[in-house]
Design a protein around this ligand. Sequence first.
Ligand code: PNS
Length: 161
Amino acid sequence: MAEPTRVVCPGSFDPMTNGHLDIVERAARLFDEVVVAVLVNEKKQGLFPIPERLELIAEVTSHLPNVKVDSFHGLLVDYCTDHGITGIVKGLRAASDFDYELPMAHMNDHMTKVDTVFLATSPGLSFVSSSLVKEIVKGGADASGLVPDAVRTRLNAALGR
Ligand code: PNS
């Protein structure tokens, strides 16, 4: 019998947006197991502490039984090797994402031969990013439709809205 396909959706997820969730939901339909893995970056603190990001991702993916949430330090390829993960799933919103992602995909392939699978972001979400969402909420706008409701509530609280 074939091995189950286990892939990772890595990122900062500060916080998870509807764009991220769309990619995770689609990966969960394509592959047997999906791990959403949050990079712990000591140099970049971000808005939400890592435990809160993990909690939010777990909450908004709780309808997906084959999705797990985790964090990792160091190289993504090492995390993949240690966890039997053979594919990295990334969303592409625009050509600029591709330009940023392709060298990483090639470097990861060079190091361990792990595959990267690019999914085209759903067109209605191609303008959504964590940084832009934080910026508009800071400025007083509403993030409905851009992030899951649970994330919107925490974002408003974190940014004093
Ligand atoms: O959401 P982000 O910040 O765009 O995610 C970037 C991430 C975490 C996927 C990328 O920076 C990464 O894989 N970092 C882990 C460190 C690593 O493996 N670096 C070498 C990449 S070739």
